[in-house]
Each structure stands twice: as C-alpha cells, then as structure tokens.
Write a protein that binds this ligand. Structure first.
Ligand code: F6P
Length: 324
C-alpha cells in the first residue's frame, strides 16, 4: 500500500439503519472534495469478497439523504471471520487500488475492519446501528429514527389497548441491549420496561402490577419488552391467565429499521461521514468515529471494541419513578 491514501472504499455492513445513506453521501462528497477517488462496495464484506465494487461520483449520492436503508445494500458475512476472508479481501482492495475503507456498521463490522487492517488496508469505522450498543460513542446513526418509529407505533397500540382495557406487551429491537426499550418505555409512559441488562425474570411482579393498576382504575397496562428478553407471546398468555386481563403481544420487528431518517440521523450521519474522511486525510487509520459529550471524536478500534456500555441505572430508576 502506498503511504498516502488515494482511493477510499465505502461499505455498509450488518443490520441497516436509517441515516446510513447520509454517511455514505458525506464520505463520497468529502472524499472527492479532498481529492480522493471513492469506490462504493455493495453488500458489505460479502460484496467485497465478490468484487461488487464501483466508482462513485458526486451524482451517485444525489437524492439519497432522505432515504431509509442503504443504497450500498448490506449483508452479514460469515466468511469474513475466517482466516482466509480478510486476507483475500485485502488482496481485492489492492487489485482495485483501494487503500482505505470506511465501514459503516456496528461492533461486528469493526471486528471485520480490524482483521482487514492487519493486511495493510487503512480502516475507519462509523457507528451505524439502531441499537445504540457501541460502547465508545454516545450516538449511533439510526437510533433516533428507530425510537421515533417505535414510539409512534406504541402510541397507536396504546389507543386500542385502552379502548379494550387490555394489557399490551410490545417487543422492540435492540439485540442484547435495552437502549431502544428504555427510550421508548420512558417516552410512552410504559408501566413496565423489561431490559436484558436488568430483567430478573420475575413475571409475578408484572402480574401484581397489572392487578394493582386495575384496582387503581388504570384502563390499560403497557409493557415494553426488549428483544434481548423476548418471549413476548408466551408472556402475554401467562399474564392473561394469571390476571384475567386480556393481554396481547406485538413484536414490532423490522419496521423499526426502515423509514426516512430523522434530522438527527441525517445531521449526525453527515458529520460522522465527513469526520471519517478527515481522519484518513490526516493519515490516521484503525479509528472509529464517535460522539462523546456532544463532540465528534474518534478511538482506536481495539480500544473501542474493549469498551462496555449498558443502559444507565438512573434511567431505569427514573422510568420506575414516573409511572407511579
Ligand atoms: O442490529 C440491528 C438489529 O435490528 C437488532 O436490533 C436485531 O437483533 C438484529 O439487527 C436483527 O438482524 P437481522 O436483520 O439479521 O434479522
């Protein structure tokens, strides 16, 4: 690889998230502005291994900032986590003149980037996931759109749940993290919020609260359940049997990952994409772009992957205090 970056590749990897297109657009336009050539790689690392690589120009990213999903498509690629995968990918980068790669995705995608960097490709990660579960950053592109989409859906479920005087269990995404659940739970005034980080499996406590709230005159009971806790459908059956209150489960699923990104996701996605290019222009590599205390910053990938984060305890307490 030459000392100076000449050509940047950009790909999206793992689950898509609204705002990824804003990041791609920023990488392409800032990259071109700095005199780099930019190549788009479709379908993440799988597409890299299949050489699904094309030149991008300013026009390639016109009219995409408002679109959900990712124009580069995305994939999860098991092959990339073998010995051979990253080595072959680095050879492909070399053949296509790609000396640096911007990877938009989550922790898993950064691990792939790290593996690739061992073979001389410069890499920068940009946090793109609805789950908000990347420890080094306070924000991940897609979270705001996802929680707003989920919140609107939950409000609608609450309307009908109230009319029928039911208990509703609404399951939200987040993999093994409860950030979407806590945000939506507080924002919708849920009576119970079940987080993978906190939930001890004490269903009787939920049952008791449903019964108590009924006596107290509440017409509905809303439980926000995180995907990492799961079992919403069977939980609904057990709660109905134990309380006599009709209970329905709704798993919101993939609708949370779609839709036009909010201003926050477009804005922060644009800043983060631009920052990734600036890092490469400054000769930096193996970095992950992050937002800490409202400032753009970056961390070494190893350092970022070693960090841990969890839903803050005080958010959990506040949620409890507010539903009395
Ligand atoms: O990481 C985003 C996410 O939507 C998680 O919340 C969820 O667990 C996962 O992706 C689902 O992935 P897939 O698209 O592979 O089903």
């Amino acid at each position: 690889m030459s000392d100076k970056v000449k050509t940047i590749g950009v790909l999206t990897s793992g689950g898509d998230s609204p705002g990824m297109n804003a990041v791609i657009r920023a990488v392409v336009r800032s990259g071109l502005g700095k005199g780099f050539a930019v190549k788009g790689i479709e379908r993440g690392y799988a597409g890299l291994l299949n050489e699904e690589i094309h030149d991008m120009n300013s026009h390639s990213v016109s009219e995409i900032i408002e679109r959900g999903g990712t124009i580069l498509y995305t994939a999860r690629c098991k092959e990339f986590y073998t010995e051979e995968g990253p080595k072959r990918a680095a050879e492909i980068c070399k053949e296509h003149g790609i000396d640096a790669l911007v990877v938009i995705g989550g922790d898993g995608s950064y691990k792939g980037a790290l593996a690739l960097s061992k073979y001389g490709v410069r890499v920068v990660g940009v946090p793109g996931t609805i789950d908000l579960d990347i420890a080094c950053t306070d924000y991940t592109v897609g979270f705001d759109t996802a929680v707003n989409t989920a919140m609107e859906a939950i409000d609608k479920i609450r309307d009908t749940s109230s009319s029928h005087e039911r208990c509703s269990i609404v399951e939200v995404m987040g993999r093994s993290a409860g950030f979407i659940a806590i945000a939506c739970g507080i924002a919708t005034g849920a009576e119970d919020i079940l987080l993978p980080e906190e939930y001890d499996g004490n269903e009787q406590a939920i049952i008791n609260r449903v019964i108590e709230n009924r006596k107290f005159g509440k017409k509905h009971h809303l439980v926000i359940n995180a995907e990492g806790v799961g079992h919403s459908t069977s939980m609904a059956k057990r709660i109905e049997a134990a309380t006599g209150v009709e209970t329905r489960a709704t798993i919101l699923g993939y609708l949370q990952r779609g839709g036009s990104p909010t201003c926050r996701d477009r804005f922060l996605g644009s800043l983060m994409g631009n920052h990734a290019v600036e890092l490469l222009a400054e000769g930096k590599t193996n970095r992950v772009v992050a937002i800490k205390d409202n400032h753009l910053t970056d961390f070494d990938i190893d350092e970022a992957l070693a960090m841990q984060k969890s839903v803050p305890k005080d958010w959990v307490q506040i949620a409890k205090n507010l539903v009395r």
